[in-house]
Design a protein around this ligand. Structure first.
Ligand SMILES: *Cc1c(COP(=O)(O)O)cnc(C)c1O
Length: 407
């Protein structure tokens, strides 16, 4: 294994432990399913990410954690304590980041559909408003300028460039091509800069990109940083920051583990590309903003579930668990893979489909999987569920939202 990302899970004498505690002890007297997060693992990923940026000589890195990956308030408070800012995509996320104590001057606001009331709220957060509105259309820029004018304030804005690169990832989480709704094309940004009416109450403080999620191949990242740098040179305005977005992937499968860039390799790639395409050709020293989501929280969390019953139908065997696609939709939505691990290891294995309670065929966590023969009440965990798990949960089939426990 070339790249081992730490996880809180470990078998001790065939019993599963989480952060050194026996899982059956943690789950005892708790209703399943529930999300279980490790503060220690969260700390590890934030510190590794930040220190890696520093080690690679990136000037004044600002990590704006992408709140949509996991918006649990305790997780946000912990990240704030570690020094993180936030990347938010709605006023709800903005309020949560502020409630966690994150300084508005460390918050960037992305998203194609910022409404008037959301812009107003962000503009009035703190003394100076938020650090940056990462603008995704000319219409949005006009609206921000209008609102700021009415409020007699200056809004800090950055353009989100659509760098027109194809990130190799699942089609639903690729965002940097011109057929995607995200960002602005270079030509439109240059045109907008030439319209004085857009800039009476806005000031351009940066440029940003974000080309997709669960990225493993670094080529698209380099190509996007090249585009970002070229635009920064072309506009000839001093910028406070360049925002390279998020998207670094984690290993959900062994196959992904082989392809995945480590945090250090990612940082090195970003740093080398910025130097080559930007810093070597400019006197300016903007700070570098990162918007990582998944890499910070993905590995720290699991979804804990119990077996409801097993069932056979002809030669098909089903292990039916009490967690479903309403708790964790990634397999159904993105054909994502999450390993299902038994609490107790055993040599007696069976080939089974692990399915949830929801009345949808897509409610399946794995087909033809080797698992020990399980019975009603046995515990299993669905691994790598810290990112885009609970935040995407729904009450479909009138089910409750699974609680979250941080230890
Ligand atoms: C979702 C998102 C991120 C985080 O993506 P990850 O793949 O979780 O790192 C960063 N920036 C923006 C604008 C996003 O929409």
């Amino acid at each position: 294994m070339k790249n081992i990302l730490p996880t809180p899970l470990q078998y001790k004498k065939n019993k599963l432990t989480f952060d050194g505690l026996y899982l059956d002890k943690i789950a005892n007297k708790r209703t399943t399913p529930f999300y279980l997060y490790s503060k220690k693992t969260l700390d590890f990923y934030y510190k590794t990410f930040f220190q890696s940026a520093v080690k690679q000589g990136i000037p004044e890195p600002l990590v704006c954690y992408a709140v949509k990956a996991n918006s649990n308030i305790e997780v946000l408070k912990r990240l704030k304590k570690l020094g993180s800012g936030a990347d938010v995509v709605s006023v709800g996320e903005l309020k949560k980041a502020l409630a966690a104590g994150i300084d508005p001057q460390r918050i960037v606001f992305s998203g194609v559909a910022k409404t008037e009331s959301e812009i107003l709220f962000a503009l009035k957060s703190g003394k100076k408003g938020i650090y940056s509105f990462n603008v995704e259309s000319i219409e949005e820029l006009e609206l921000i300028n209008q609102i700021a004018k009415k409020e007699k304030r200056i809004a800090r804005v950055a353009f989100r460039l659509n760098p027109q690169v194809a990130a190799k990832t699942h089609k639903h989480i690729s965002t940097g091509n011109k057929t995607h709704k995200f960002g602005l094309l270079k030509i439109d940004i240059l045109e907008a800069l030439a319209v004085p009416g857009f800039w009476t109450n806005t000031t351009l403080v940066g440029l940003s990109i974000h080309i997709g999620s669960q990225l493993t191949d670094m080529k698209a990242t380099v190509a996007a940083i090249k585009e970002l740098s070229n635009l920064a040179h072309e506009i000839e305005l001093p910028l406070e920051f360049l925002d390279v977005g998020g998207g670094l992937g984690i290993d959900y499968t062994d196959e992904e583990r082989m392809k995945l860039a480590s945090i250090d390799l990612y940082m090195k790639t970003v740093s080398v590309a910025l130097k080559k395409f930007y810093f070597d050709k400019s006197e300016d020293t903007p700070r570098i903003v990162f918007e990582p989501g998944r890499i910070l929280v993905g590995k720290m969390g699991v979804l804990v579930s119990r077996v409801v019953r097993t069932k056979t139908s002809d030669n098909c065997h089903f292990t039916i668990i009490d967690a479903g696609m309403n708790d964790l939709i990634r397999p159904a939505l993105y054909e994502a893979h999450h390993e299902v691990l038994p609490e107790t290891k055993s040599k007696k294995m069976i080939t089974t489909d692990i399915v949830g309670p929801i009345c949808e065929t897509a409610d399946c966590f794995g087909s033809k999987k080797k698992l020990p023969t399980l019975k009603t009440g046995d515990l299993v965990v669905i691994d790598n569920a810290g990112a885009y798990g609970q935040t995407m949960a729904s009450t479909y089939n009138e089910r409750a939202i699974a609680p979250e426990i941080l230890i």
